[in-house]
Write a protein that binds this ligand. Structure first.
Ligand code: PHE
Length: 350
């Protein structure tokens, strides 16, 4: 074996033993680099006669090609090995069963909220939403609630440490009734220019409300929906008709009895609590209180910007949690806010 063949052979053996690309490049330098064996041999050519130079030069070139080929081969082999190692490390078993997607779902209270909007929209009510941080005038005064009304006390109301332009602290609305005032005033203003007759004010306003209250049937945050219908001949008979048909649609049954029990609210006169009773099923025969209601008080109608001699109507405010509990048979209101998936998933079957 000539010296050159031996060199090529050594290179081949050395490259084949290398398993790391960086090491391979170092080894390459020992043969083909500036201070490498092949380069040294090339330099030696200058000392030879022209004939020997040609011969030897050709042999060195051959050896050089041999070494380069060995290098390329090893490079490709190492790249291949690396790819295989990577694929093996990332292997996924496509035959495994899927883990299952956990889709979100609607909260039962939200389901009721949407249902209520749908039902009232279908009988011509607009849907309005308003601020949860309310001013004292709109939440209390405009609704004829006297300065010493118990709902105004520090025990019942969450006050905010910010005053409005009247110098009164803002508060988290204690009911959706301030939406009567906001919606009616906006409605009246819209028609103040006298473009034709004013259509009836007919609206529901669902949303969150807040009171310092917490037990099995009360939560510091809860949902109500306000109803308001004001026109020139709207009576409590209309309230009874609207509310009865709402309940029948909401509960999807006709065997419901309603009772209007005399009550007191500063913003209605007369005032009533609406109680309902299922005529069959597990709750049969039990009166359940579901809403405050009444004929809107003349002072409140005046605060809407309307003449109470001409305009009259009814309002109601119902708890959405209460209706949801009755619809689904939920015993404790706190379950709605416990975040317990075992409870919530029952309303969102997969
Ligand atoms: N705002 C009253 C409450 O929260 C309910 C109500 C609304 C009563 C409208 C009468 C008319 O208790």
């Amino acid at each position: 074996m000539t010296e050159l063949q031996d060199l090529v052979h050594r290179a081949e053996t050395e490259f084949a033993a290398i398993s790391h690309p960086a090491e391979l490049e170092n080894a390459k330098a020992r043969y083909l680099g500036k201070a490498g064996a092949i380069t040294a041999l090339m330099k030696g050519l200058s000392q030879l006669s022209p004939e020997r130079k040609r011969e030897q030069g050709a042999s060195i070139n051959l050896a050089k090609q041999g070494i380069e080929a060995a290098l390329q081969q090893r490079r490709a082999a190492l790249a291949e090995l690396e790819l295989h190692a990577k694929l093996a490390a990332e292997a996924i078993d496509v035959t495994l069963p899927g883990r299952g997607q956990h889709g979100g779902g609607l909260h039962p209270v939200v389901r009721s909220w949407m249902r209520i909007e749908e039902i009232f929209s279908s009988i011509g009510f607009a849907v309005a939403e308003g601020p949860e941080i309310e001013d004292d005038w709109t939440n209390f005064t405009a609704l004829n609630s006297p300065q010493n009304h118990p709902a105004r006390s520090m025990q019942d109301t969450f006050y905010v440490d910010v005053e409005d332009e009247r110098g009164q602290p803002l508060l988290l609305r204690t009911h959706t009734s301030p939406m009567q005032v906001r919606h009616a005033r906006a409605h009246v203003q819209r028609y103040a220019a006298g473009i034709g007759a004013m259509p009836d004010i007919k609206v529901i306003a669902p949303g969150r409300t807040y009171r310092v209250d917490s037990d099995a049937t009360h939560s510091p945050m809860f949902h109500q929906f306000e109803g308001l219908w004001i026109g020139e001949r709207v009576s409590l008979a209309d309230l009874k008709g609207v509310y009865t048909s709402f309940l029948q649609t909401f509960f999807e049954r006709d065997d419901i009895t309603l009772r209007f029990r005399p009550s007191y609210f500063p913003f209605t006169e007369p005032s009533a609590e609406i109680d309902m009773m299922f005529d069959s099923g597990p709750l049969k025969g039990r009166w359940l209180e579901i809403s405050g209601a009444g004929q809107v008080h003349p002072t409140v109608v005046r605060n809407f910007g309307l003449d109470p001699e001409q305009y009259i109507g009814f309002a109601f405010g119902s708890g959405i949690e209460r209706l949801t509990m009755l619809r689904y048979g939920v015993g404790d209101l706190r379950q709605f806010y416990s975040g317990d998936l075992r409870f919530l998933e029952q309303f969102n079957p997969a």
